[in-house]
Design a protein around this ligand. Sequence first.
Ligand SMILES: [Zn+2]
Length: 140
Amino acid sequence: MAKIKLTPQFLQEARELATRWGTIAGERAAREAGSDQPMDFADMEQFAAVVAAGLIEGSITALLKQQAQALADEQPCPECGTRCPVEYQNRPLTIESGQALPLHEPVCHCPRCRRDFFPPAHESATGQPQLQPHRPEDGR
Ligand SMILES: [Zn+2]
């Protein structure tokens, strides 16, 4: 994992928590399938992938929501410094595994520069806001 700020101990605890959730999901799937129709290994693997996708969606959605809530209502434009209101747009986020997650992304529009920009994930983030390329069809 790249530049993660969580301790190995915390990660181990999170893994154990996810294992307990997986156990619960597996027990429920076994009850749902019933004893007269046992799942073969391919079915089990497919079910586990569905559960894992749900864990990924819940985890990333919660982390992004926490970061968005930490943003002030206005952010300075990276070009001219004008304070611009933070708005949210919905767009799917495709993660490394190929899974698409619903994303409620913060975005600002500078009326002076007539550009959109993405505020940094957190007020204390050291990274600069990222400018979005000009979108001539936008007309704002
Ligand atoms: Zn500006």
